[in-house]
Design a protein around this ligand. Structure first.
Ligand SMILES: C[S@@+](CC[C@H](N)C(=O)[O-])C[C@H]1O[C@@H](n2cnc3c(N)ncnc32)[C@H](O)[C@@H]1O
Length: 342
């Protein structure tokens, strides 16, 4: 079955290609109109696939994810297109190209992840988006900008490090016209799923959000980082372009100094994170569906044992698929799905 899906980022661990594996499991433990909470939503593909069927509450600690959530999950009224973007944004875009009122990328990232001219384009598109008043339109345009930035990027889709500008792979990328890629992407948002339900998006630690939710949620979906790789290190540039908050930058790769460190990414804290979520969800008598990797930091067997402490019924499903390792080749890993019910 084809589920609703809009691709914005090539995101580490995203579940775009696993919707047929995950969505039916969530549907089995919920009814239409039930509220579903995606606690670590990333690109929001799970909430978006369920949007027509359910009310969605979605959360992630990263600001770029919050913006994608606003565009796809909370937004029930706005769409954008290439023509609208050209009409609404181009005058401001050209104004900034000339006057450089926004210049953070030009000043800090020229010839790193982007060419000098591309940095000027990023600043100018961002400036133009700042002039848009409606927060949903703004979020949709920011999604198109993030897409365009990832497209011209040297390392496939992430910003952990940049390649020297003389590198064979970089030369053609540095010539790409970011403004055109941005405009073209806007056409992907001509049709967005809109419903009459009041969906919610949050930008906080998953534990903090869980503490505030009572019995309104029927099913929690949890898809945490599997490894020691912090998302805040891989996607710091997206965090900066949406916030445009003039952050301190550090190291050769120009990371933000205020990067969030997830406790799912450390061997000594990952079990505590899972235990907290299982305990709180079971107290609320809701179902819990967990995506994890067979090769995750926390062994799948232990995850199952932990689940048995809090839930009466546990089902484990596995799906063998080629996982994108963002440039390091394809890796066959078993994605597991743990379905925990009262
Ligand atoms: C595997 S990704 C989720 C992918 C998502 N299901 C998708 O398909 O795009 C894990 C996400 O967890 C977020 N994250 C990690 N630790 C978190 C925490 N403690 N609270 C909230 N979000 C967190 C990361 O920012 C990242 O977006």
């Amino acid at each position: 079955m084809g589920y609703d899906n809009v691709s914005i980022l090539r995101y580490m661990g995203n579940k775009n290609r696993l919707l047929n594996f995950i969505i039916p499991a969530i549907e089995e433990v919920t009814k239409e109109e039930d509220t579903i909470c995606d606690l670590l939503a990333g690109t929001h593909c799970i909430g978006y696939a369920l949007k027509k069927r359910n009310r969605v509450i979605a959360n992630d600690i990263q600001a770029y994810s919050y913006i994608i959530g606003r565009a796809l999950i909370a937004n029930n009224k706005e769409t954008i297109s290439r023509d609208e973007a050209a009409y609404e944004l181009e005058p401001f875009y050209l104004e900034n190209i000339q006057r450089q009122k926004f210049s953070f990328f030009y000043e800090n990232y020229a010839d790193t992840y982007f060419a000098e001219e591309q940095c000027l384009s990023i600043d100018s598109i961002r400036y133009a988006i700042e002039m848009v008043r409606d927060k949903y339109r703004k979020a949709l345009y920011l999604c198109a900008l993030m897409y365009a930035m990832c497209k011209v990027q040297s390392t496939p889709g992430h910003f952990a490090q940049f390649m020297p500008k003389e590198h064979d792979r970089i030369v053609p990328l540095r010539k790409m016209d970011l403004w055109q890629d941005f405009l073209n992407k806007c056409d992907d948002f001509r049709k967005i799923v809109h419903t009459g339900r009041k969906n919610e998006i949050h930008k906080t630690d998953s534990k903090e959000l869980l503490k505030t939710l009572q019995n309104e949620v029927s099913c929690y979906y949890v898809d945490p980082p599997y490894s020691g790789e912090q998302y805040s290190r891989f996607y710091h540039v997206l965090e900066t372009v949406v916030q445009y908050d003039n952050p301190g930058l550090q190291y050769k790769a120009l990371y933000r100094t205020d990067r969030f460190k997830s406790r799912f990414c450390y061997k000594n804290s990952v079990e505590g994170e899972f235990a907290f979520i299982m305990r709180e969800v079971s107290k609320r008598r809701a179902s819990l569906v967990i995506s994890y990797s067979e090769k995750g930091l926390f062994p799948a067997k232990k995850l199952q044992q932990l689940g048995k402490k809090y839930f009466n019924n546990i089902e484990l499903r596995q799906n063998n698929y080629a996982h994108s390792t963002l440039g390091k080749g394809k890796n066959n890993i078993n994605e597991i799905l743990l379905i925990l019910t009262d």
